[in-house]
Ligand binder design. Sequence first.
Ligand code: CO8
Length: 261
Amino acid sequence: DVEFENILLDQHGRLGVLTLNRPGALNALNTETFREIAEALDLVMENATIEALIVTGQGDKAFAAGADISELAQLDSAFAARDLSLAGQDVFQTLSTLPIPTVAVINGYALGGGLELALAADVRVAHPRAKLGLPEVTLGLIPGYGGTQRLPRLIGVGRALDLMLSGRQVDAQEALGMGLVNYVEEAPLEFAREYLSRLLDRGGPMAFGLIKEAVRRGMDTSLSDALEIEADMFGMVLATQDAKEGTRAFLEKRKANFKGE
Ligand code: CO8
């Protein structure tokens, strides 16, 4: 376990857990926190024993209440704002392109940049009292860490525009109904741990990475190009030991023993 100031990074067996840890500021994302998240993601990538990642927030009140508004208020040039947006987008893109399954455990408020962080994970699990939204418009701002792009891809243009133009908060049940979160659970962290353990027990690690890559790259392009990407990924997965082992294990009526290669 490495020492950070604004986050915690722990490993529990095969699972990494990245916890935003500024509960006094509702885990608001300042520049230093972004830097630490980037460093933590590098460590996760280098550590082959971490096979899945949970991202959550410390305390029972917030996942993250957004970008740190005191920093945003000090931005004094369009260049600086653009650079800050690009830098934050880059960190969240690193999360979304990790080749391992990731779950955001939304333990409370996920607002603005906080929701944008959750959108960069593969799956979202929310506590029943969680509140989600992109309230930037109420600050005279727009989302800048991927929200205008990831939200419509996830829940559709109409629902995304409703949330962004109104800036309204939705509760966990409404978020579930619109596909913004996948599960609502009283003990979301425990649920996420069990969910990921089950998933790691069942699936081939090489397949996790290639599914994510096919979906992500496919969302960026036309259906015909995307289908080619899927076929490319299928060609790659078939060449892995995992695919040989998985298909052989099925035919031999035994549990597959995947090696992630
Ligand atoms: N930034 C900085 N500090 C914050 C933030 C934040 N986003 N959210 C809460 N805090 C601080 C509060 O200032 C307060 O500090 P203190 O105790 O020192 O006064 C502490 O956290 C507790 O917050 P509250 O007292 O406000 O708690 P409440 O229970 O009354 O309210 C809310 C909880 C409703 C979540 C409320 O805190 C709130 O509305 N927060 C702001 C939510 C918001 O607007 N988020 C969007 C921010 S903008 C954004 O994310 C833009 C991303 C794109 C940027 C692009 C880069 C260029």
